[in-house]
Design a protein around this ligand. Structure first.
Ligand code: C2E
Ligand code: MG
Ligand code: MG
Length: 399
């Protein structure tokens, strides 16, 4: 704690004891179940957080935990009728990199804590400078994302999905873009993963779903009959939230037909908590909303999942398409995926189609749809609508 002595000296030991009790409770509340909170004496606490999957995950988990803890401890408290604000400084050491015995680990944490104190009150520091840098980058990107959401800096671009038989645009994938005031256009590859690690992905996912529905409605109101729009859903959001409930409410709020919407999820989603996931996907599909498996072939792609999950479309990952014209193995994989999917009543779309030869080959192989730069890059809503209108009056690709 940053200024316990002050309280002890001015309000007395009984108030000091009371304060220790309150702070202990707050620390306990700000940690996860399974963590250990202990008072080591005086105004020093030690917390053991034991289930961290990797050093990388530890940086984001502990940065979040320490910020939460500092915020919680800094809330005002009343001691003997006097309102007091206190704060704490946190030092973080990681096993095994900062010590393999409890002694050394505690020393490292202690030294990190003094480093934090020297930086001013109410901050945290890792023992390792390298982790401090990573943590600072994570914290600053995540506060930037929060700010970006508040300031409405995100937008969706739409990439056409094209039917390989009719050459018509039959869908669009909504892809998030960040119009950053200083960095310009930031692609999702630079912030989605951090948002997932820092607990911001559900906020982004909510925004994306809302924005896609708003756009579909706006297109309808402008007299367009928009194709089905797919939205990427993070595994975290599927697992943590009532996605079926959210989608139902959105369709109601925006007065949309459910056939206008599709959710893209990655294979990994299917492996975790299979029963609950299967129920959720079924509920989504019962609404009439389509589900596709994104980046198919890069994850676990077990055939048994394909059998037991309610899925409309497999999206074959771009990595199998890049060399499909020259690589026999890639061609064989895509070929058998198409046969498998069709036998299970699923459609197949290939992503990342960049060349005419790839499109030709995929058409010959019986692939249903394609998406990729060959036909069009992801476009701002206005440009997508224009392309869509044009494609409905003329055939764009020579058949
Ligand atoms: P994804 O869902 O697999 O999206 C396809 C990515 O491939 C997009 O990148 C798209 O612009 C790119 N792409 C499409 N055609 C081609 C092509 O012919 N060649 C090449 N080289 N690339 C092509 P983008 O927009 O940068 O998105 C990357 C990933 O970020 C997406 O992969 C998706 O996993 C994630 N993402 C995008 N928007 C959202 C979102 O709103 N929510 C969530 N949770 N994730 C999103
Ligand atoms: Mg996708
Ligand atoms: Mg994909």
């Amino acid at each position: 704690m940053d200024d316990f002595k002050l309280v002890n000296d001015s309000l007395g030991h009984i108030a000091g004891d009371e304060m220790i009790g309150i702070i202990a409770g707050r620390l306990h509340e700000s940690m996860r179940g399974g963590d250990t909170v202990a008072r080591m004496g005086g105004d020093e606490f030690v917390i053991i957080s034991s289930i961290l999957p990797s050093a990388e995950a530890a940086v984001s988990i502990m940065s979040k935990a320490a910020s939460r803890m500092i915020e919680r401890v800094s809330q005002p408290l009343t001691l003997q009728g006097v309102e007091i604000r206190t704060s704490c400084s946190v030092g973080i050491a990681l096993y095994p990199r900062d010590g393999v015995s409890s002694d050394v680990l505690l020393k490292s944490a202690d030294s990190a804590m003094y480093h934090a104190k020297s930086q001013g009150r109410g901050t945290f520091q890792f023992f390792s400078d390298q982790l401090n840098e990573q943590s600072m980058a994570l914290m600053s990107l995540s506060s930037d994302i929060k700010r970006g959401l508040e300031e409405d800096e995100f937008e969706l671009h739409y990439q056409p999905k094209v039917d390989l038989k009719s050459n018509e645009i039959v869908g669009a994938e909504a892809l998030i873009r960040w119009q950053h005031p200083e960095r310009g256009m930031v692609s999702p590859g630079e912030f989605i993963e951090v948002a997932e690690r820092m607990g911001l992905i559900c906020a982004i996912g909510d925004w994306t779903l809302h924005e896609a529905c708003r756009q579909i409605k706006a297109w309808e109101e402008a007299g367009m009959v928009p194709p089905r729009v797919s939205v990427n859903m993070s595994a975290i959001q599927i697992h943590q939230e009532d996605v079926p409930g959210k989608v139902r409410k959105l369709l109601e709020d925006y007065q949309l037909k459910s056939e206008r919407l599709e959710l893209e999820i990655v294979e990994g989603v299917l492996v975790e908590d299979m029963e609950a996931t299967s129920t959720k996907l079924r509920d989504i599909r019962d609404l009439g909303v389509h589900i596709s498996i994104d980046d198919y072939g890069t994850g676990y792609s077990s055939l048994s999942y394909m059998k037991s999950f309610p899925v409309d479309t497999l999206k074959v990952d771009r990595c199998f398409i890049i060399d499909i014209c020259t690589d026999k193995a890639d061609r064989a994989i895509v070929d058998s995926t198409i046969i498998l999917a069709h036998n299970l009543n699923m459609a197949v779309i290939s992503e990342g189609v960049e060349e005419a030869e790839q499109a030709e080959l995929l058409r010959d192989m019986g692939c249903d749809q394609m998406q990729g730069y060959y036909f069009s890059r992801p476009l701002p809503a206005k440009d997508f609508a224009a392309l869509y209108a044009k494609s409905q009056s003329t055939e764009i690709i020579p058949g």
